[in-house]
Structures are given as structure tokens and as C-alpha cells.
Design a protein around this ligand. Structure first.
Ligand SMILES: Cc1ncc(COP(=O)(O)O)c(C=O)c1O
Length: 397
């Protein structure tokens, strides 16, 4: 059979002729970096997410770091997140010397369980925690309205890690669709444009917000903490070498920032990909529906992503017994399923900070059974049939 020889990864980028032309046009332009494509990408992305502002950066991890810096996370600040996420969601707190406090997941949604968070908050004196980083894991949107209520009560900020969920949404208590990253409930939201994500720019990331002060801070921190604005300078005109005004060359580094810029040609690729984001999302939803329909009545399925309104399906996850057997069997058939994620609190680095097995039974149980099946817009119907047939074949043997 034709399929037997073709490798099927769990995720894959899709680069079109238009994408290539957008990059090549930028390479032929006057700018490789800090040119007009960055702002174009930011404006288009803000419109897509429904936020006031967007700041494009080098990658999703840089986006997270800039968020914790902009929010002023400092040594000893305690921030709550989920153990079922990519390590960067937690690491951004550590970059600023803060303390990561994990809370267990909801085994139905695989998302940070608001009741676990509520319990943590209620058991400590008010002021113990600074913020929460909920993750739209696998593309399923967190109900941020509920988290916002909690955040208000305990005076916490929220960073939404929406790396998996551009275009995803949850429906709020008024029946309104709340798009991931629209800034209505979270202070800041971040996205990644790594090739397996919905929108690929090579490496790349984006922060969205509705808060102007945070937006200005992010712009400054993205470029070394440099300010270029006569009204904001702290040194005198005389020192700067001007007469009546600051001279044209003058700028000030007022904070310890970084070089977390994205290049113009990456931004051009991101913008070009963004134009097809809805198309890709629709296809992801079709693929999810097919997996769900095929697996819903199978005894070997202990849980699965399922069909959920607003899910952006970065991943389609099934939970099974003998996950190792299935994983190896799929590999023998050149189907490269993946595991998302090894619980973050059990990474040796976080174990060295005191976390241990048994801390989060639901997350740990999920990890023992989860496997992410191929999910990307260009997965063909034939390829998906092949994946489904091999999963079923493994459990019927
Ligand atoms: C949930 C989550 N957060 C953050 C990141 C970090 O993004 P990047 O790889 O662009 O640094 C990723 C990327 O894999 C992710 O999946």
C-alpha cells in the first residue's frame, strides 16, 4: 500500500508559493529586520485575535519572558501554572527569579483546573501569589472569564499562553465568543510561530494585550530597554550634546531589556501564513471530528480531545493503555505520534526545586496514557485513514 512508505509526523508546516514570494520580496527589500513587515504582521495579528495591541518577537519563549518582565515578576514572586505544558510556560517565571507553583489539571479538558487553583489561593494568605499562567493546551481555550474572577479576588495578573490556540475561543457567560488572545480577561497573551504551530514563521512569537502601558513596556524591553522619545528622556539635553533639543542620534537605555526582535522576512512569512489561518483551523476541526467519530465507541480509548466548540486543535490527543506499545507500533508504520507533555514538575530541573511524583495525580495519570496523533491541515484523508486503521489494528491484535 502506498501509505506504508510515507512518514507521517504529528505536526507539519505548510509553505506555499505565496509564502515563499512574501519572504523573497522582503529579502529583496531594504530591510532584513526592523522594517515595515513587522508592524504589518502585528497589526494583522491584533485584528485576528481581536486585541488592541500586538508585539512580534523572536519566539514564544521570548514572548513569555517579556511578559513576566513587563509585569515586574521578581525574586520570590509566586506564579501558578499547569504541569501539562511546554516547559517555557513555567520557565519564564524562573527567568525573573520567581517561584513556579504548579496546580493539577482537569482530567476532562486537560487544562489547568480552576478548582485546584482556587484551593491553592484560599489556603494561603492574600498576597501570596502574583499571577496565573493558564495554557490553552492542545488548542482548547481556557475559560478565562472564570480565571479573571479569581484573579480579581486575589489581585493577580494573568498571562494566557495561547501558543496552541490562535483562532480558538471559549463562550463566556453572556454567550459571547471570546477569541484566544483578545485581551478581554488576560493582561497579556502569547503565541508561538514554531513550524508545528498554526502559523509558522520559522521561529517567531507574538504578545497581545489591551493595556497600553504594558504594550509600551514590551516594545522597550524587546529592544534592550531602549527609549527613543524626547518626552521621556532622563538625561539632560546638554548632556545629550544638543542645543535646544535632543540631537537626532540620541536614545536612552532606561531598563535592562533584550534583543528579542523578529526579522522582517520572518514577519513576512508570518503575515502570509496568517491569511490562511482560518482555512487551516477549519481543516484541523474536520480532522478532529473524524478522529472523534472513529474512536468514540472503541474500548481502548480512555479519553480523547473530542469535539469541542472553539477548540483550535493544535493537537489531537487520545488516552490509551499500553501507550508505549502503540507508540512503537505506529513508529514501525512510520507514523510519528508524540507525547505532550512529560509533566513539567517532574523534569529534573523542577524536581531539584522540590516537586516530586504524586504531587499532581491527574496530570501524572494523564501523562501515562496520552499520545498525540498526526494533526496538521495538509494531512490527507488517506493519511488520516491510515493512522486510524493502524491505531485500531494495534488494539485488535
Ligand atoms: C505551550 C507553549 N508555550 C510556549 C512555547 C514556546 O514557544 P517557542 O518554541 O516559540 O519558544 C511553546 C512552544 O513549543 C508551547 O507549546
Amino acid at each position: 500500500m502506498l501509505m506504508e512508505n510515507k512518514a507521517i509526523p504529528y505536526g507539519r508546516q505548510n509553505i506555499t508559493k505565496e509564502d515563499i514570494e512574501a519572504v523573497v520580496d522582503t529579502l529583496r527589500s531594504d530591510y532584513l529586520t526592523q522594517g515595515p513587515k513587522i508592524q504589518e504582521f502585528e497589526e494583522a495579528f491584533a485584528e485576528y485575535a481581536g486585541s488592541k495591541y500586538a508585539v512580534a518577537v523572536a519566539n514564544g519563549t521570548a514572548a513569555l519572558h517579556l511578559c513576566t518582565l513587563a509585569l515586574g515578576v521578581k525574586v520570590g514572586d509566586k506564579v501558578i501554572t499547569t504541569p501539562i505544558t511546554f516547559a517555557a510556560s513555567a520557565n519564564c517565571v524562573r527567568y525573573c527569579g520567581g517561584e513556579v507553583v504548579f496546580a493539577d489539571i482537569d482530567p476532562e479538558t486537560y487544562l489547568l483546573d480552576i478548582n485546584s487553583v482556587r484551593k491553592l489561593l484560599s489556603e494561603a494568605p492574600k498576597g501570596t501569589y502574583s499571577g496565573i499562567i493558564p495554557v490553552d493546551f492542545a488548542g482548547r481555550a481556557v475559560n478565562l472569564e472564570e480565571f479573571k474572577q479569581l484573579a480579581k479576588e486575589y489581585d493577580l495578573w494573568i498571562i494566557e499562553d495561547a501558543c496552541h490556540a490562535p483562532g480558538g475561543f471559549f463562550t463566556d457567560s453572556q454567550g459571547e465568543k471570546q477569541i484566544c488572545g483578545n485581551g478581554n480577561f488576560a493582561d497579556l497573551a502569547i503565541f508561538s510561530f514554531h513550524p508545528v504551530k498554526h502559523i509558522a514563521s520559522g521561529e517567531g512569537g507574538m504578545i497581545t494585550t489591551n493595556d497600553e502601558a504594558l504594550y509600551q513596556k514590551l516594545l522597550q524591553l524587546r529592544t534592550h530597554g531602549i527609549v527613543k522619545n524626547d518626552d521621556l528622556y532622563q538625561n539632560s539635553i546638554e548632556f545629550a550634546g544638543g542645543d535646544e533639543n535632543y540631537p537626532g542620534w540620541y536614545m536612552e537605555m532606561q531598563d535592562l531589556g533584550y534583543n528579542y526582535r523578529i526579522t522582517d522576512f520572518q514577519a513576512a512569512l508570518g503575515s502570509s501564513q496568517l491569511k490562511r489561518a482560518d482555512e487551516g483551523l477549519a481543516r484541523r476541526r474536520e480532522i478532529a471530528q473524524k478522529y472523534f467519530d472513529e474512536f468514540r465507541n472503541e474500548n481502548f480509548i480512555k479519553g480523547q480531545s473530542g469535539v469541542v466548540e472553539g477548540h483550535a486543535y493544535h493537537l489531537y490527543i487520545i488516552e490509551v493503555e499500553d501507550r508505549l506499545g502503540l507508540y512503537n507500533y505506529l513508529r514501525e508504520n512510520k507514523i510519528f505520534a508524540q507525547i505532550h507533555y512529560i509533566p513539567c514538575h517532574l523534569m529534573p530541573y523542577y524536581r531539584s526545586l522540590g516537586w516530586k511524583e504524586g504531587d499532581f495525580p491527574k496530570a501524572e495519570n494523564y501523562y501515562r496514557h496520552c499520545i498525540s496523533l498526526p494533526m496538521f491541515p495538509t494531512l490527507t484523508a488517506e493519511e488520516q485513514e491510515f493512522v486510524i486503521s493502524k491505531v485500531k489494528a494495534f488494539y485488535s491484535e
